[in-house]
Design a protein around this ligand. Sequence first.
Ligand code: NAP
Ligand code: MG
Length: 479
Amino acid sequence: MQQSYLNYINGVWRPALNSQSITCYCPSNAQPIATIPASSAEDIDAAVKAARNCFDSHVWTRMTATDRGRLLSLLGKEINNRVETLSALESMDTGKPLSQARNDIISAARYFEFYGGAADKIGGETLPYLNDYQVMLLREPLGVTGHIIPWNYPAQMFGRTLAPALAMGNTVVLKPAEDACLTPLVMTKIAEEVGFPAGVINLVCGLGPDAGSALASHPEIDFLSFTGSPEVGAHVQSLTAQNHIACTLELGGKSPQIIFTDADLDAAIPIITRAIIQNSGQTCSAGSRVLIQKGIFDTVIDKLKDNFKTLIAGSHDQDCDLGPLISAKQKERVEAYLAHVPPEFILAQGTIDSQASPSGFFYPPTLIGPLEPNHQLSQEEIFGPVLVVLEFNDEDEAIRLANGTRYGLVSGVWTRDGSRQIRMAIQLRCGQVFINCYGAGGGVELPFGGTKKSGHGREKGLAALLEFSQIKTVVQYIG
Ligand code: NAP
Ligand code: MG
């Protein structure tokens, strides 16, 4: 039986005011699994008002930072306690293999633990100023923060965007993606059970152009955190600009993995493969380009080919190497990108599990190249399990190619030369550099975010607490 989920506004579970709903499907077989409210601007307005009233009543901000932190930690603990049911739900809703979904739930819990612990460790400062004056910089919450998240990591995104905002004392309104939002709904229920006061967390489901736009343009939010496509990112930023509020944008990437001739290939190849097939390539920080130095080009290609040929895409519950794409639309998008690639450029492909449903949105893992740096597939985010191969001669060219897209989110550098590691790290235009390792999506502690069209602002780590707070300068005459 399909479960009907509701919005959570001011501590009450309720349908959309227009009574409309959206059907959710499992990407492995296109079967309906649930319905969610198809909310509109009125529901968003109710949620923002609830968050505003809650913030203004000080029920959340006057709670000591320690107690707020305890609640966050308790939510993390309860998410961990329910890791099996939440993983199964995340896996069915997104199509990702069960073991990957389990890691995502553990990460979601970890966000609440991390920021729960941090809540009472961030304070203000004092400043030297004129004689007879004392200056204090108070670090305060922003107020009501809006959050729009994508479908690729609903559970992780719930923790990543909400936990730091809540830790700093903000009240929040979340609009998850229609394509996958069931674990955020269940984790909100858990937040209610562990005792978050009504109005602190509000969740409204619905389509981007309706509920998402209404949230981004609402005059009573104080900040917007957005993760998704560059196009919608630009749109929501234009909406927040109308109300003169700030936003963070996390908009994806075309992240390079750069392999020099002195790299440890046995270590690099499995990690490079995993960095693109994880979540079927639908990861903002996926390592989607591999830049190989001349001299080891054929060796690396042969090893990658061997790896790709063994990969199997299958139903989420079969726990294969990868699952399906999220939707028919996403599959069409990947197919359209690959449609004009001549067959000789397809270096290797994995397979689709023979047990997999023909109705599922499967795309086999694919290795293509060598492509020119300005080829569309070398430049654009495909958001599928497609690894593009490019060749370079020397360090300068590696930097030029790595930095030569509109994106700048993450880079991987594979070399044993310690000086080169640092030279590369300094010159790469992106928010994270991994040296002889790669962590697509991982690391709650590690500040994360983009340059260029990958967006702006930093999430994760203690850096996120600064994004979700502001300084108030207090000048006291003490003479
Ligand atoms: P998207 O449209 O940018 O969706 C991201 C979020 O924004 C969803 O919650 C979406 O809601 C919402 N949204 C859509 N239109 C909106 C609007 N006019 N105003 C306010 N909010 C709006 O991304 P997508 O269509 O799902 O995916 C398209 C491409 O974006 C992908 O192929 C990929 O390249 C990129 N992407 C990047 C990330 C990332 O992690 N950086 C994540 C997802 C996608 P609904 O989906 O519910 O309508
Ligand atoms: Mg779904």
